[in-house]
Ligand binder design. Sequence first.
Ligand code: OAD
Length: 308
Amino acid sequence: MRVAPVDIAGLAKLILSPECKSIAVLTGAGVSVASGIPDFRSPGGMYDTLCPDLITATPAQRNAMKHEPMAVVTWEMFEQNSFPYMEVRRPFILGTKNHQWKATIAHRFFELLHVKTNKLTRIFTQNIDGLDHQCKKIPTEKIVNVHGSISSASCEGCGTKMDFVKFCEAVETNIKDIYNPESGPKESTPILCGNCKKPLVKPTTVLFGRSLPSQFFERVQEDLPNLDLLIVAGTSLVVSPANSLCYSVPQSTVRVIVNQEPVGEELGIDYSPESTHDFFAQGKCDDVFLELIIALGWLDDLNVKDLP
Ligand code: OAD
C-alpha cells in the first residue's frame, strides 16, 4: 500500500494528519543556497571553485587538493598545515561574524512546522552556517549540528576555546584572502592556541577524519524508531554517517526528498513510480517549501522581512 504522498498537496495532508506525529529533517548545503552561500559539489560550489595554486601549501598538498578538493577539509591536511582550510574558509568565517546571510524559506518552513504542529522532533543539519539557529522559535535542543558550527572557535588539538570575536580579528589580519590577493597580507601567519601553542585553532566544524558530536548518535537512537516522516532537503547524501538516516528509519517512515536532482539511490531511495514510501519533490528548496507552506495554509505566517 502506498503511504507516501504523490504531490505537495498530499504531503501537506500527511503533515497535518493525526497519524503523523513525529517529523525529522536532514538538511545539506542546498537549503542555504538561496541565502547566498554556495554548496560544495555543484558547479560553482566550494569544491568546484577551490584554487589550490593560490593556497599557502606545499606542492604535494596542492596536488592533493587538485586531485580531491575535499582534502582541504580533512584532519590529515589540517594537522600538517592549517592554512589551506583557514584560507578557504576565511570569507565564510568573516561573513558569519558580520551576519552576512539570512535563514531561507526552507529554514522558516522548519520553524513553522514546529510552531504550527509541534511535530518537529529534530533537525539534523550538516550545515555549519548556523542559519537554523536564526529561527529562534525552534528550541536549540531540536537542532543537531552534525558537522559542527562555524560560529565558534577552538583548538583542534587540545580543545581549548577561543573567543570568536578575537578569533575573527586574527583571521582578518593573519590569514590571507586568497580570493582577493591584493587585500590581505602576502602570507598567512598562524593563529596559535593560548593553551598548547599549536597552530590548530579553527572554527568548531568537523573535519573528515574526526568524530561527529556524540549528540548526533544519541539523537539518532532516540528519534528514529518512532519517526513517521523524514524530510531530506538540499543534500547530495554522499557523506556518511549523516546519510545513514535515510536507511536507518523504520520501514513505515515516509521519506521525502527535496532536491534539484535525485540523490541517494544507492542508499535505497526509490524514485520509481511504484515507490510506496518515498516522494521526490524536485526543485529548488525555497520553491518547494514555499509551495508546501501555501498548501498548508501558513503563508500569512511567513515573515517576508526575515527572508534573504
Ligand atoms: P553538497 O554540495 O554535496 O550537495 C548539495 C545538494 O543540494 C546537491 O544535490 C545539489 O544539487 C542540491 N542543491 C543545491 N542547491 C539547491 C537548491 N537551491 N535547492 C535544492 N537543491 C539544491 O552538500 P551537502 O550534501 O550538504 O562536510 O554536503 C555534505 C557534506 O559534504 C558537508 O556537510 C561537508 C561536505 O564536505 C564536511 O565538510 C565535513
